[in-house]
Write a protein that binds this ligand. Sequence first.
Ligand SMILES: *Cc1c(COP(=O)(O)O)cnc(C)c1O
Length: 391
Amino acid sequence: MLRRLARTAAQWHGALWARGSGSWAGVPAHVVDLRSDTVTKPGPAMRRAMAEAVVGDDDYGEDPTVRELQEKAAELLGVEQTLFVPTNTMANLISVMCHCRRRGSQLLLGQECHLHVYEQGGVAQIAGVHSHPLPDLPHGTLDLAELERMVTRGLGSPYHPVCELICLENTHSSSGGRVLPINYLRQVRLLARSYGVRVHLDGARLMNASVALHVPPARIVEHCDSVSLCFSKGLGAPVGALVGGPKDFIEEAWRLRKALGGGMRQAGVLAAAALVGLADAEEVLLRDHRNAQRFAKGLQELASPLCSVDLTAVETNMVMVRVDGPPPEELCRRLQAVSADEVAQTGRAVRVLLFPWTERSVRAVWHRDVSAQDTELALRKWGFVLRQLGP
Ligand SMILES: *Cc1c(COP(=O)(O)O)cnc(C)c1O
């Protein structure tokens, strides 16, 4: 669904630009892109770091910048080693393949999690792993009793798949960037341990969780057997992710990265960008979270019957807006459009780019290319559109 919506949004975006200045000639349109935190462009400092990176052949383990990134990240995450890979999708696939060595091994995970929904079932088509999805609770957690029932169902049975792995996602994307409680991680680990099952954490947005909880990422990762982390989301790098875990796990991960075509040569130019993203993470993500909060509060203050936000659910850089009345597609279309009316009323031409999320909601995502001022402009545009749609 997201892909189709993305295409629709891109067409709209294109059409609006192509239509040019029209009756609001002279007022340059300002774009606030809240579709995803993947849309960031590397800024001057990041590009400089990339240009100046000291590199070598990473296939021989000779790229100093990749090694620096892997070592720094291992320390930050509190794991023995990490491995730089092109994408978080590959980091997840490698992790699943490392943990599930038997064909037909069972993987338990949330039915709306990224690994299950957006990674083409790679664990089935490439790794021969059988996924059993469980319903995600509103906080992005899984019901522990149900989890235990599924872990134990096949125990000692020649008929059932053997559960080897549980995958969790933190922050939890489809629930709007919710942060998994540390105590929940502890409980899942305990449960998994007692049945010889491992836990992988899809930490694409782990740094958002760390910043939101005010704890070092290692305090989160310590409850898991392996972890992935994405540099091209809120950390703002153009490419890259990593997988982290014990030494023997990473040795196997290196072999699998090679098999999957993810071995790279002078990858230091990419690792340099990831290092800048990591160095800035706390400052940037705190600001993103504050902007998301500010927006959610502002939207609530508009007190429109058409849009509402559950403020308690805004924990990181995402805001889920419930839309009642117009279809979310219609709302998104209006937020992207610029009209002479808007320019006359507000003196501005602002395009707010968004994807509808469900039949009744729109998800807005903050990132380092959206400033506090952009957030204010997005809010004002939202107010303008709601008045247009008015009850
Ligand atoms: C984006 C994302 C991924 C995949 O990352 P890519 O680098 O795009 O492959 C995996 N998990 C979660 C939770 C994500 O948000």
